[in-house]
Structures are given as structure tokens and as C-alpha cells.
Write a protein that binds this ligand. Structure first.
Ligand SMILES: [Zn+2]
Ligand SMILES: [Zn+2]
Length: 387
């Protein structure tokens, strides 16, 4: 019978001893197997995973390993379960936990920093100095489910209280999986200074973070908000999420278009979400002197950057990792107040057993897929109208 020292459970939510879990073998190789249901320790709860979204970073981890770090190495053949953008129901409480109740719906952010290093103490727990040091005699207690500890492509997972975000019943499971994506955009805006009301913002790249970056910037009162990209269907969703202008960079020069749309001037902020090779050089020319650029995507190659232009114009560059400084809670507040409809980027839902198909849809953008969600409770595959 499922139990652990001091762990509280409820007969309303019976917990099995084992669960379905996808495990990463060699690169690109996922196998559905069974694992013991994990047991929460102090300051942790057990989450029954009700829905999990597939992220571009999952695809990166499954094929190439990084940025996952399991027992100090690549995540292959280590009985590792990926997946990190999940939500669910609290079904067991670790010893002493009274901050959440059994039956409560929550979504999660990813990083539970060690809590003791300099960066964690500054609120930058996604840049924890003890990242991945959670095994053997170097265990610092760091967890990043789906990166350095088991993630969400399974039925249950333990989460530190720090990673939980309570959600209202009016928020669907699918929408709740998108809170962490909006939280990443919110973290980018937080690092840029946070007060963007009345200021001009460009988002480059209409992927999930870019599209929700548009929504968050607009909800925070930015004006104008401009989205650049190459796919008209995604630019159209950006408009629905609040972009004042969209630019298809296949048709016109991105820098010239941004300056034209902003009255001949550069903008105050750029959030770079495309990872395109020329993206940084374009971003530093889209901003005004003294402007700020947040880099939220990573290109696969090293790219030359015009440093002289950055120095001469006092431009600030910020790299962000994940969703620090409790940005996820602020993003959830916008979503639960219906300040924007994040579900516009959710396109497909599959059953947990169909994860490989779901991944193929996300990776190859089959049927214009953007956010693909997997649900544990056997649902038939379906496409969600993005309109
Ligand atoms: Zn992600
Ligand atoms: Zn830390």
C-alpha cells in the first residue's frame, strides 16, 4: 500500500503503488514502462498529473540531452522521465505540509532551487548554482522536474511547495499547462525592468513563449506591441493575443518595419524568442539607444554579434533561463483574471499512451500544431480549433 513516513493521503484519491511512465533510453527513444509512485518528503506534495504540454525544450532534451542533467551527465539510459509543463491535483501531502489540501488543483513551475545558494537567495532560483546537484553525497536538494529530476510524462510526480501555483476551477487543465510558458514571458519582462506600461515592445519569434510574451506585454499596458515572424497563421494568433502590429519578415526588413511602425524610432524593449542566427544583431538595431533586449531563445550555433553597436548605444542584453522570481504566479493572475486567452496557442490534445505521436505533431508542426497537450485520462486524439 502507498505510504511514507508522515505522508497524508485521502480515501477520495486512492494512490496505486506503481504508475505508467515514459522513460528516455538512447537519444530520441522513449519507452512506456511502469515505475513506483514517488513519495513526497518534507515541503513536498504528490501531484496526480492531469495534463502536460510538450515544450521545444523537451524535444531538445529527448534528442540531444542538454539542458537536462541527470546524476551529473546526459539524461540517456538513466531511467529518466522527461516532461515539465504539467498541471494536476494534489493527492498526498509530505510531512508537515498544510499549505495545500488534498484535491486542490494546481499547476507547476519547474525549478525548485536549492534555496541556500547566492542566486536562490536573490530569487534567481532558475539560475541556482547547485543546478543538478541532487544525487549521492553531493545532494543539495535542487529539483527541476523534467530537467534534473523525473518530470511529467507519467501519472504522478512529487513537487516542492515552491513550484506549485494554485489555479481556479474556471481554468481548464489545458490552459493551466500554459501558465509556466506565460511565466517565462513574464520573467523576461521582469528582468527588463517590469514597468512597460506605455512603452514600446517588440517580440521576435511567434513560438509559444513569443506569443504569450505579446499577451503579457499587452496586459501590462505596453504600447505599441509588435510581433515579427515568418508564419502568417502564427502572426494572426499574435494579433488575437494583443499585438498592435505584426511583421512577416519574409516580406519586409524586420528592423525597417519596426522603426516605421514606431514612428521612425527604435523601440524600448525587444524580447527575442526566435533563436534565429541574425536575431541578436536585428534586436539591437530595433531598440533605441539605451534600449533593453531580453534573449529567451537559444540558437544552435555560436553567432557573431556587433558588440560595437551595443557599446556605442548603451544597449542592455539580458539572458533569461526559465521562469524565475515567482513570475509564474503573476502570469497566473493575469490568466485567472482573463486578461488574455492563452488557449489560443493550444492546438492538439493526445492521450498519455500516444506521447510519441504527440511529440511528432509538436516537432514537425503537423496540422499547424503549436502547443500539444497530453492527458493521462485516456482521451481520444483531437484537434482543438485555434480560432
Ligand atoms: Zn518548457
Ligand atoms: Zn540554489
Amino acid at each position: 500500500m502507498y505510504a511514507g513516513p508522515g505522508v497524508k493521503t485521502s480515501p477520495d484519491f486512492p494512490i496505486p503503488d506503481t504508475m505508467k511512465a515514459w522513460v528516455l533510453g538512447n537519444p530520441g527513444e522513449l519507452t512506456l514502462t511502469r515505475k513506483p509512485v514517488p513519495v513526497p518528503k518534507r515541503a513536498e506534495v504528490l501531484v496526480r498529473i492531469d495534463a502536460v504540454a510538450i515544450c521545444a525544450t523537451d524535444l531538445e532534451i529527448i534528442d540531444h540531452g542538454s539542458p537536462a542533467l541527470i546524476q551529473g551527465g546526459k539524461p540517456f539510459n538513466r531511467n529518466f522521465t522527461p516532461g515539465h509543463e504539467y498541471m494536476g491535483t494534489v493527492v498526498a501531502l509530505g510531512p508537515g505540509v498544510d499549505e495545500y489540501r488534498i484535491g486542490q488543483r494546481i499547476t507547476v513551475e519547474i525549478h525548485a532551487g536549492c534555496g541556500q545558494c547566492k542566486r536562490c537567495r536573490e530569487g534567481m532560483y532558475t539560475a541556482c548554482l547547485n543546478y543538478g546537484l541532487n544525487y549521492g553525497d553531493v545532494d543539495k536538494g535542487h529539483r527541476a522536474n523534467g530537467f534534473t529530476t523525473d518530470g511529467g510524462f507519467c501519472e504522478y510526480q512529487v513537487n516542492n511547495l515552491n513550484t506549485l501555483v494554485a489555479i481556479p476551477d474556471t481554468m481548464s487543465d489545458e490552459e493551466a499547462t500554459l501558465v509556466v510558458t506565460a511565466g517565462t514571458a513574464m520573467y523576461g519582462l521582469t528582468e527588463l525592468g517590469g514597468l512597460v506600461a506605455g512603452e514600446s515592445v517588440v517580440v521576435t519569434g511567434p513560438g509559444p513563449i513569443g506569443l504569450l510574451g505579446i499577451a503579457v506585454a499587452k496586459a501590462m499596458g505596453a504600447q505599441p506591441v509588435i510581433l515579427t515572424g515568418t508564419r502568417d497563421n502564427r502572426l494572426a494568433i499574435g494579433r488575437e493575443l494583443g499585438a498592435d502590429h505584426v511583421v512577416n519578415v519574409r516580406n519586409e526588413d524586420a528592423v525597417e518595419a519596426v522603426r516605421r511602425l514606431n514612428g521612425g524610432k527604435g523601440v524600448d524593449y525587444v524580447i527575442e524568442c526566435s533563436g534565429a542566427p541574425n536575431a541578436v544583431n536585428e534586436a539591437i538595431r530595433m531598440v533605441n539607444r539605451g534600449g533593453k533586449v531580453c534573449l529567451a531563445a537559444f540558437p544552435h550555433q555560436e553567432t557573431p554579434v556587433d558588440v560595437a553597436h551595443i557599446v556605442r548605444n548603451n544597449i542592455y542584453l539580458f539572458g533569461i533561463r526559465g521562469e524565475g522570481k515567482s513570475a509564474t504566479h503573476r502570469a497566473e493572475a493575469f490568466m485567472s483574471q482573463k486578461r488574455f486567452d492563452a488557449t489560443k496557442i493550444h492546438t492538439h490534445t493526445f492521450a498519455l499512451d500516444d506521447l510519441p505521436t504527440a511529440i511528432r505533431y509538436a516537432k514537425d508542426r503537423v496540422d499547424d500544431a503549436i502547443k500539444v497537450v497530453v492527458k493521462a485520462k485516456g482521451v481520444a486524439a483531437h484537434r482543438v480549433a485555434a480560432e
